[in-house]
Design a protein. Sequence first.
Length: 87
Amino acid sequence: MATQIQPGQPGDLPDHPRPPNSNAYPWTEWADGHTWLLTRGTDYTDTTHKVTEAAKKHAQRHGYHLRYATTPDSIRLRFIPKEPATP
């Protein structure tokens, strides 16, 4: 027999799930040129791989180089502005 899960209880699904490529993270804040340590469960909930891929896409779309290092439960990342092309 099916079991109804009450709102807010473990296993409940959110009303409006974020699409996988949404702006779920504060990329603008993190793209300030500093190195940031992100911890899974605190700063992100997706897999480390998914967040790293999203960071790469943000860097590409907004003109940054991305430097990063990962463990299964954390990411160190730094967005570095690309130098403008010289004539």
